[in-house]
Design a protein around this ligand. Structure first.
Ligand code: GLY
Length: 349
């Protein structure tokens, strides 16, 4: 079985394994990390339908006792009620401190399983098995866990690093095209913020999934190792996200995360020259369109500004945005919120 291993040095150090078909070897990959233990698996209805039995059969064949908890697919599942239900499930299954939680799914499942692992018995081991491109390149790496509350997305969470990430890229073969495209927005983001070579490689879709996932994970690993708790350079990973989150919120989450981030990256690229930086908006828009992104912005500066004011990245009267200096090099720029408004007005009217 061939796979790539990327090692992360953080408050908890761990390996990220990336390869086609590695799900069937998950038992032997887990053994050195968790030993003999009971496993509480969180997954969603769609992943369960496609791969749930295969995971449980593989774990059982490897000698593990594994119990599965399934939530409906979709962002609405990342809520306090489901978190509590899953925690109760772990207790009903009599998981102890030497046992482990597995996230088997995309970002919703990964974020909520990670928070559950951080909270249950004040912390049990946590394994990520991402099944979407977005989770593989972003949310399964770096230890951000969360649920949504009525006041906003990801407002309750913890930094809690996994003990292992096992990414079987073959599981992405069955992703619906728009879900796969969501992940492509994050992939393109890595190219713009830190890697022109990656950006160039993405020019002719589709890209080679294994090597591109591995490169994105390496980039995220390098950033997280420098700033695990998100006090500085990790902010670069938010390129397109301040505006993207505002678009998601304004649309009542009808616009998906990746689609919103794509629109947000173009707004950020258009803001760069207004801050004395280079203008890559046209070139970036052309690339995003090649991946099928709709870059129209249905919201005015006033709409987005209101949503941005409640962004968790705001600090008092300032907000830090990520702007391109060149393709492959972004910078953090802190603006007074009024300045941001003026620039948004110039871009969006
Ligand atoms: N998704 C951004 C981060 O992990 O910091």
């Amino acid at each position: 079985m061939s796979y790539t291993t990327i090692h992360v040095e953080a408050s908890r150090s761990y390996d990220i394994l990336i390869g086609r078909g590695i799900l069937d070897s998950i038992g032997e990959m887990l053994r050195p990390i968790v030993g003999d233990c009971r496993l509480g698996v969180l997954t969603d209805s769609r992943v369960d339908e496609l791969y749930g039995d295969r995971l449980i059969d593989t774990l059982t064949a490897a000698g593990y006792a594994a119990d599965k908890f399934v939530v409906p697919a979709g962002e609405a599942s990342k809520c306090a009620d489901n978190l509590l239900e899953f925690l109760n499930f772990l207790a009903d299954c009599k998981l102890t401190r030497s046992d482990a939680v597995i996230a088997f799914g995309g970002g919703v499942v990964g974020d909520m399983a990670g928070l559950s692992a951080a909270l249950y018995l004040r912390g049990v081991k946590f394994i990520q098995i991402p099944t979407t491109l977005l989770a593989a390149v972003d949310s399964s790496v770096g230890g951000k866990t969360a649920i949504d509350i009525p006041a906003g997305k990801n407002l309750v969470g913890a930094f809690y690093q996994p003990s292992l990430v096992c990414c079987d890229t073959a599981l992405m073969d069955t992703l619906e095209p728009d879900i796969y495209r969501d992940g492509c927005a994050e992939v393109i983001k890595y190219g713009v913020i830190l890697d022109k070579t990656l950006y160039d490689k993405l020019q002719e879709p589709p890209f080679d999934r294994e090597s591109v996932v591995a490169r994105c994970v390496e980039i995220k690993r390098d950033v997280v190792q420098q700033d695990e708790f998100d006090n500085g350079i990790r902010g670069l990973l938010n390129f397109g996200h301040t505006f993207g989150h505002a678009i998601e919120k304004m649309s009542n989450f009808e616009v998906s995360h990746g689609a919103a981030v794509a629109k947000g990256m173009v707004i950020a690229a258009r803001m760069a020259p207004l801050c004395g930086l280079c203008d890559v908006a046209e070139e970036l828009s052309a690339l995003l369109q090649r991946y099928g992104f709709d870059l129209s912005s249905p919201y005015s500066a006033d709409d987005l500004y209101d949503a941005i004011l409640s962004d968790k990245k705001r600090r008092g009267g300032n907000i830090t945005v990520v702007l391109p200096k060149a393709i492959g090099e972004c910078v953090l720029v802190t603006l007074a919120v009024e300045e941001l408004y003026d620039k948004l007005k110039l871009i969006l009217g």
